[in-house]
Design a protein around this ligand. Sequence first.
Ligand code: NAG
Length: 456
Amino acid sequence: MKLAIIVGLFIISCAAKTVRQERSFPDDFLFGTATASYQIEGGWDADGKGENIWDYMTHNKADVIKDLSNGDIAADTYNNYKMDVEMMRELGLDAYRFSLSWARILPEGFSHNVNEEGVAFYNNYINEMLKYNIQPLITLYHWDLPQKLQELGGFVNPLFSDWFEDYARVAFERFGDRVKFWITFNEPREICYEGYGSATKAPILNATAVGTYLCAKNLVIGHAKAYHAYNKDFKPTQNGQCGITISVNWFGAATDSEEDQIAAELRRQAEWGLYAEPIFSQEGGFPKELSERVAAKSTEQGYGWSRMPLFTDEDRDLVKGSFDFFGVNHYTAYLVSAAEEHKVQYPVPSLYDDSDSYTYTPDEWPQSASAWLKLAPNSIYDAFTFLKNKYGDIDFYVTENGWSTTLAAGLIDEDRIRYYRAALNSVLDAREAGVNIKGYMAWSLMDNFEWMEGYT
Ligand SMILES: *[C@@H]1O[C@H](CO)[C@@H](O)[C@H](O)[C@H]1NC(C)=O
């Protein structure tokens, strides 16, 4: 057994060496790293910043965070932004993806009151990057909604899309002369399913029956309104581009059986199709098979309407095609099965119960320090070739990819090196298969506050 493993590694390392000599990335490929405001900035109430849903949750319900910690100080970027840029220079980055804290710019969420000190902080951060030719890529929303807007329902208030457009316009106006790459939302699944449809991210609403779907609809409409605002009023003079970042891990059928193939497609629709289909597909609107399942189950469950809201023709046309690129956060893969032996009892009703599918991962895939993250073979290739076949020849960016270790691992991170090597080879494989991946952002620039996992 041991011998077999050693021989296996030897073959893999020889193959990797050959590959490295023969292949390379084009000169204009963007290499960078990524972060999120709440995870790094600190300065949670500095200079007029408003409270956001992570401030509120960690201060009022601290025990949802594994080590009872919070992002009050985090990596203290608010005070040490020049050190961040120094690290970027040492790494030789082309680009840096970071997010704006909505409540630092608009303390009450609405655009009537702009916090000029918050704007000044981002101007300093951006200008420091530009001094060294590091291209800033901005995410408008990476999970830290102003608490005032949450109290009005947040993403499930149908007016959310207008509030988001107003905020986006402030960002385009203040930073768009220098920032040419805009991502509206980071990971709609984590916002809507984890925050509204379950209780694993703020605002821990756990509205399992409808939370994910109501949020998904308002989110993609908000994305589209911001995209069109940019396209119409800013792009002609600023010449940048605007897209969205969706988490697309790979979900492949566990077997060739028809049941497993159907389960895998439903799972893909539940995980990311819900957000990608309205924007990137020709038809627009929510994914077909999943919508039909939810409608049928809603009837059986006694609802007088589908728990998944419909798109009007107007909504559908507004959202469809609202992108210049598709940002993908990708980390891992799962096998999908419809079989009894893999059955998991999900809350009824809920997104995963609606999807009639179960996931598992083989024991032999190497495990990171995060329960959900394993090194899965060729998963970038599988995910991106699937997206290209489904949505066409569009521009893609890997906007996050990375590997977690425990504190105890310290600086010994051979398994992280193995992961990145496999990932970059998989990006090259996808590019050789004709997928236009134009950049790669490693997660993260530095250690930071890992949401419910705190600093563990
Ligand atoms: C969320 O709601 C489901 C029922 O819909 C329940 O089983 C579960 O315990 C709840 N989770 C939390 C963290 O409250």
